[in-house]
Structures are given as C-alpha cells and as structure tokens.
Write a protein that binds this ligand. Sequence first.
Ligand code: SF4
Ligand code: SF4
Length: 276
Amino acid sequence: MYGLGILKGLGVTFKHFVATYTADVRYGLKRYTGDKFETRQGVDATGIYTVQYPEEKLAVPERFRFVPFLVVEDYDHPDRPGHDWCTACGICAKVCPPQCIWIVRAEDPVTKRPIAQPEAFFIDIDICMNCGYCAEFCPFDAIKMDHDYELASFDRTWTHIHDKERLSKQFSYWKTIAPTTAAEEAEARGGWEHIDVIKEKKKKAAAEAQAAETAAAAAEAAASAPAAQQDEAAAPAAEAAPAAAGTTDADAAREERRRKREAALARKHAKDQDEG
Ligand code: SF4
Ligand code: SF4
C-alpha cells in the first residue's frame, strides 16, 4: 500500500548489496582457502557471490550427468588390467533416443566368430542429449554418465565424436565421482568386480566345494573299506574253525567206533576158539 511493498523489496536488495561487501571484507583473501568457497556458495552465505569461473568451479552433485563414458578395469588390476566392461551387447545403442551410439563388435581372430568385446565404440556427443538411458539400460554397468562438462572446442568435425579410447575411463574413476551409486551397484552385483567375473568366481567356488565333497566321501569310503575287508576275511576263518573242530571230533568218534568193533571182533574170535 502506498509503495510500502516496493520499499520493502528495495530494502532486501539493499541488504544483499551491503552484505556482499561486508562478506568480502570479512573473508578477504581467505576466499580461496579451506571451505570458504563452499560456505559462501551454501545456504549460510550472505550477500551476492560470483563464482570466478573457470578459476573457480562449483562442485556438481553425484547424480549430475553429462556425456557417457565407458568403464574399463583399472590399469593396475591384477587379472584384467584395462579390460572393457562393455560386452558389445548393443542395448545402449538400441535405446539411445537420438541414435548417437555406434558399436562394432570384436571377433575372434582365428574363428572369426563374434566375441563379447567392443572393437570400436563411438558416441557423437553433439547429438547426445544427456538423457542417461544408455547407462540406465546397460546390463553390465559398463557405461556411465560423466561429470566432465568442459568439452567445448573450436572443431566442428571429429572432435566431438568420441571414440573408444576417449570414452574409456577406469572403474576407480566411477567410484570417485559417484561413490554412493557405485556402492549400490556393487551390492546389486554381489561384489565390486564385473558381473561376469563374479559369476565365474561363484562357479569356481561351487566346483571346488563339489570336488572337496567328493574327495571327502572317497576318503570316508577308503577308511571304512579295510574294516569290511577284515570282516569278509574273518568270516570264512570263523566258518573254517568250527569245521576244523567238527572234523577232529568226528575222527575221534570214528576211531572210537573202530576200536570198539575190533575189540568186539577179538572177543568173538576168542570165544569161537574156546568153543571149538
Ligand atoms: S549396453 Fe552396456 S554392455 Fe551393452 S553395448 Fe552398451 S555399454 Fe556395452
Ligand atoms: S545419454 Fe541418452 S542420448 Fe546420450 S548416448 Fe546415452 S542414451 Fe544416447
């Protein structure tokens, strides 16, 4: 009413105007030290503060996305240094709305059969609209959205068609720029390695466990075998022992009968002689 609102608005502007200079005086040269830059860009800032780009740069949030890059194994990886995570499945190229991805699948030099690796990979970043579909749909976590937005150049021909060499960045880089997302993805995969490596390790562990189980069963069978063999060997002996004992008793009885018969014959013979 009567211009009161306008005066209030001008007062706010004037307050910010004054705060800009008082804050500048308060921070002085400390503007470039410690966390002063973040503070003056944060919610606690007073006054108007201009980022002196390119000397000063605002930190981008983790979910920020610019153009895609390809994940490769770290160059100091013990087993597969610099190995592509991309398997050249082509899904990213299919889902890309402006169709700015080209992939050439590698082939086995001997058999000429296609293998799960990209021979060549191109993205025209002038056409890329930074939608992130490629990264969303990749089943191997092999393509990610980068934070590097300083891609301007004076060339309008090939510079902005990024090839495989330019697109490739180590996995540790992804962990640096997006630690939370990288950890979530690793948890979903079951480890920090590529999904194929994790599957291979699981298969190997299962095979080793199976082999150990088989070996344990074989050892158990071998340990119980001598006892059974002893039982088997002892059985005929046990059977033979009573047989041997039986044989002795029968012979003795037979001998006894023979002796009685001869004695009886001798008595009869003597009686016949007496009567004769
Ligand atoms: S979807 Fe992933 S694995 Fe498949 S071609 Fe694209 S980047 Fe490579
Ligand atoms: S971010 Fe979107 S437009 Fe760019 S390459 Fe990926 S899918 Fe295509």
